[in-house]
Design a protein around this ligand. Structure first.
Ligand SMILES: *Cc1c(COP(=O)(O)O)cnc(C)c1O
Length: 794
């Protein structure tokens, strides 16, 4: 890695000796070292050049979530100063890893969607794509999770944004955002809006630095402030905010991140957050566009606004409003600009996640925007009639306004010039299942961009040992082009390389074993297969399928103590939305079963279960390098892409997976001999559901399955609460919407195959190496290059 001569830390150390009132830096504690390291790194970052490469359009990436993780280590790497900082600290007997552990994890996202946005920022900066990320500066990020008697407990994640060293208040960028109020008609398609309240939106900027290319760009997070410009007394506070059952002051707008993943919240405050986010961002984009000296009419030539899911859809209506009412453009001009500047990324097919807002709520908060969406809807209806005639069935599906609801995904597809899914299979299903009528109307809009992950964080930072081996073995900087990894294929039969690869995994497993001992007071067998399922807890992701196999394995071991199985440690991590009771039951069930198994001396050498609390980016970075098996077992057709699957496979874990999301492409890349596929496919899922799925038949006809489900009401597991898991059991036996029972037998079989495969160590490590070697296309650099070619440059 590039080394620099300039040492920015020297000066700071002197300054902080005085500040901390110590005689020598030797007296600094880790928190003090962290402050110096972060500040010094930030100073270096701001010496980079703002990315003013305006060859292409400026990408404005709008996302309600940016799950950025700790920034200091990542930025040191990208700036090329990591090794120098490490050596400098070493001179004082301090380990940089311990210092970086001091940083809080800005948890400004829920899961995959927010993490994707963070990986994309890293890659856009690295590719030199001019871009700005726009998000919200939540005071409380995603809740902190711990367990009490196995049950998830949530506490506030107050991450102290005011003192986060990577964030700077940009006073020049403040915006004022209105809500509710009244409108007056001025002229055709022109209104005057008199909002009831105005909220201040303050800009907090985070530096995003490209990988060793001296580029700097901005993640701008909006924070609501109390200062109300308008006469607050005029505003009928009680009526307006009662529904929220709390007095919402302006600051409340960005207090909390809604903790839902793949589920729409539906609350007024959430809708207000969405508008606050996009109104601040649209105003900021327009101001930057005009400051560059461009005409308002050329907006779409210079700007693209990428919508990360439907959460920022209101930006479409906001841009229309501003163009019509403030710039006095004609409807068609304004509409053309919107239709050429917005692009939409869909992240889910799950109906419960598709955003729809109550029309009355919408109209009350956004009286002007509602008139605009009504007109868009009307004009679109004419287009639909021209294509399909008077077809009530079709209109029911494609309407933007229907049944007193405002449907955000439909507004996106009607407006945006591109609509992309996030993996091949997902993009196909978008066309065939979610949007078939739209595909007939606008086939040219639809495309795919398979997700990716940044290799700077997900292998270089998270797995320094493996990265060292790769750097040593490859001629070029593989972090700039991850497809370079394919060149290690030639070493799969090189015993020296294989041994080293294997020893690195073993070392990482020891490190994780220490972490597990610390957090769970559990001594695990580091020789076991480390079998990892880490992701949000959701029925569709089927952690309960994993659990049922664990129970069945335990029962088989109890029935036959001499059963010869490869020792296995099942590792879980993940949060459930606080209001998602079934997901919380699944967490509790895993913890209770873990306790029974871990306390049973007779199986200790063969079977253990560890559920690590408070899953977050920094925990992911510790688990992933130590994984042997990656569980990607969602019901086929439900996981849009997944990115955890990519991180794990890149670090040499073999996937146990269904043909869902990006698993399909991972299987194509690594080859079917190097992945463990099982279960129903999208086609067979559809067939099974169409012919009438009866989970009870499986329960009654497959004894190990019945025994596994029944085990959840065994006093061993639920103590003196026999009903504890009744809802979960009943759900599985009577409904089982995600086909856990239908896939159980196939899953148990493949897990048996995994255990046997580990016996052939030579083949196992060949497969692991090939997973690393063949994962190059899943770099987010490739994903961003695809966005450039398929979406942004058009
Ligand atoms: C990668 C990542 C996710 C997404 O995981 P999936 O397995 O794709 O659902 C969620 N949370 C964190 C912290 C991550 O790093």
């Amino acid at each position: 890695m590039a080394q620099q001569n300039f040492n920015p830390f020297e000066q700071l150390v002197k300054k902080y000796c005085r500040y901390f009132e110590v005689n020598s830096p030797k007296q600094f504690n880790l928190a003090q070292w962290y402050q110096i390291l972060a500040e010094g790194t930030r100073d270096i970052a701001y010496q980079q050049l703002p990315n003013d490469n305006q060859k292409g359009r400026h990408v404005n990436y709008l996302s309600m979530e940016f799950l950025i993780g700790r920034l200091t280590g990542n930025n040191l790497i990208n700036l090329g100063y990591y090794d120098m900082a490490k050596a400098y600290l070493q001179d004082y007997g301090v380990d940089i890893v311990d210092v970086l552990e001091q940083e809080t994890d800005p948890a400004l996202g829920n899961g995959g969607l927010g993490r994707l946005a963070a990986c994309f920022l890293d890659s856009m900066a690295t590719l030199g794509q001019a871009a700005t990320g726009y998000g919200l500066n939540y005071q409380y990020g995603l809740f902190k999770q711990h367990f009490a008697q196995g049950k998830q407990q949530e506490t506030a994640d107050f991450w102290d944004r005011e003192h986060y060293p990577w964030q700077t208040y940009n006073a020049s960028k403040t915006q004022y955002i209105g809500f509710a109020g009244s409108i007056t008609h001025i002229a055709e398609d022109r209104y005057h809006w008199q909002p009831d309240i105005k909220v201040q939106g303050k800009a907090y900027d985070l530096a995003v630095v490209g990988y060793q290319n001296k580029h700097l760009q901005t993640l701008r997070l909006w924070q609501a402030d109390n200062e109300l410009e308008f006469n607050f007394a005029q505003f009928n506070e009680g009526e307006f905010l009662q529904a929220e059952s709390q007095i919402v002051q302006a600051t409340a707008l960005t207090k909390v991140l809604y903790p839902n993943d793949n589920h729409q919240a539906g609350q007024r405050l959430r809708l207000m957050q969405q508008y606050f986010h996009v109104a601040c961002s649209v105003a900021d984009i327009l101001a930057r566009h005009l400051a560059m000296g461009y005409d308002i009419k050329t907006f779409a030539q210079h700007q693209v606004i990428q919508l990360n899911d439907t959460h920022p859809t209101l930006a479409i209506l906001e841009l229309m409003r501003v163009l019509l009412d403030e710039y006095h453009l004609a409807w068609q001009q304004a509409w053309d600009i919107c239709c050429h500047s917005f692009a939409y990324t869909n992240h889910t097919l799950l109906p419960e996640a598709l955003e729809q807002w109550d029309q009355h709520l919408f109209q009350q908060l956004f009286p002007r925007h509602f008139i605009i969406v009504e007109k868009i809807n009307q004009l679109f209806q004419q287009q639909v009639q021209a294509k399909f005639g008077d077809n009530a069935e079709i209109w029911k599906k494609v309407a933007i306004l229907y049944d007193y609801r405002v449907r955000m995904a439909n507004l996106c597809v009607v407006t945006c010039f591109k609509v992309n899914g996030v993996a091949e299979i997902h993009s196909q299903l978008l066309i065939t299942e979610l949007f078939p009528e739209y595909y007939q109307l606008f086939p040219q809009k639809f495309c795919n961009v398979t997700n990716g992950i940044t290799p700077r964080r997900w292998i270089y930072q998270a797995n320094p040992s493996l990265s060292g081996l790769l750097t040593k073995s490859l001629p070029k900087d593989w972090l700039k082009d991850l497809t370079q990894l394919s060149q290690i294929e030639k070493y799969v039969d090189d015993i020296g390389f294989r041994d080293e690869y294997q020893q690195i995994k073993q070392y990482n497993k020891h490190q994780l074993a220490k972490e597990i001992a610390l957090t769970l007071d559990l001594k695990v067998n580091p020789q076991a297969i480390f079998d990892v399922q880490i992701k949000r807890i959701h029925e569709y992701k089927r952690q309960h399928l994993n659990l049922l196999n664990i129970i069945a394995t335990y029962q088989a071991l109890k029935a036959n103590p001499n059963l010869d199985i490869t020792p296995r440690l099942f590792i879980f991590a993940g949060k459930a939305a606080p209001g998602y009771y079934l997901a919380k039951d699944i967490i509790c069930a895993i913890n209770r079963v873990a306790k029974v198994i871990n306390q049973d001396k007779s199986v200790r050498d063969k079977l253990q279960v560890a559920f690590l609390p408070n899953y977050r980016v920094s925990l992911a970075e510790k688990i992933i390098p130590a994984a042997d098996i990656s569980e990607q077992i969602s019901m086929a057709g439900t996981e849009a892409s997944g990115t955890g699957n990519m991180k794990l496979a890149l670090n040499g874990a073999l996937t146990v997976g269904t043909l869902d999301g990006a698993n399909v492409e991972i299987a194509q890349m690594v080859g079917e001999q190097h992945i463990f596929l099982f279960g129903h496919t999208v086609e067979s899922v559809r067939k099974l559901l169409a012919t009438g799925y009866n989970p009870r038949d499986y329960y009654q006809q497959h004894l190990p399955l019945k025994q596994a489900i029944d085990f959840l009401s065994d006093p061993l597991v639920c103590g003196n609460e026999p009903q504890l898991f009744k809802t979960l059991q009943d759900n599985l036996i009577n409904q089982d919407p995600f086909l856990v029972l239908a896939d159980f037998a196939s899953y148990v079989d493949i897990q048996k195959t995994v255990g046997e495969a580990y016996g052939d160590q030579q083949r196992w490590w060949q497969s692991a190496i090939l997973n690393t070697a063949r994962l190059g296309m899943f770099s987010s650099d490739r994903a961003i290059a695809d966005y450039q070619q398929r979406i942004w440059l058009k």
